[in-house]
Design a protein around this ligand. Sequence first.
Ligand code: C5P
Length: 223
Amino acid sequence: QEKRMLAGKRVLVTAGGTIERIDPVRYLTNDSSGKMGFAIAEEASRMGAEVTLVTGKTSVPLPPGVKAVRTESALDMMEAVLSRLQDNDIVIKAAAVADYRPAEQAQQKIKKKKSELTLQLVKNPDILKAVGERKTTQFVVGFAAETERVAEHAMDKLKRKNSDLLVANDVSAEGAGFGTDTNIVSFFDQNGLVEALPVLPKAEVARRLLTLIASRMEGGKTA
Ligand code: C5P
């Protein structure tokens, strides 16, 4: 029965944007709403999976039926994901992780003094890449939000991060990307394009993705 396709599977989903603190009251973040990751978590739970949702900053309510783990920075999110990696069968990384964080976090609110203030940023670790390096039996899915040459960038990310599947979307297209209720995505595996979907509600994108994952896992990649 399609609805219970993920019965017995443990799924970890990341969603939302990370928050990179500058001082106790200020931070850097991005426009991620968390909607795509939340839709995946909700649908996976409906399909019978035991779902852990590692969430950064989001602007929508938590889906029912999932265990939520709230995180702030990319470093927090990485710890939350890696410490749970071996307890899961499927890892889906829909979060928008900040590429950089402030080199230092001020312990007190930074005072307004000079006419200029320079903020030095350092690179965050790539969580998906770390998962790809450490995975044993897990089926790992990444996301790529692009504005050009979508297929090329998607395949590059898939290979570099050692993912099993990559969901790519052109965030410059109408009806796709951050904050919208619909998305236009394509699925890629190590051999190339699997399927290009039309504009669909994020819940339907989630169902199609999870159905594909379930069928790939049945195909014998993972017990
Ligand atoms: O930012 P980028 O386009 O490389 O993101 C592609 C995938 O890698 C996404 O699934 C995202 O969640 C993940 N990622 C990550 N850690 C980062 C950057 C991206 O897990 N520091």
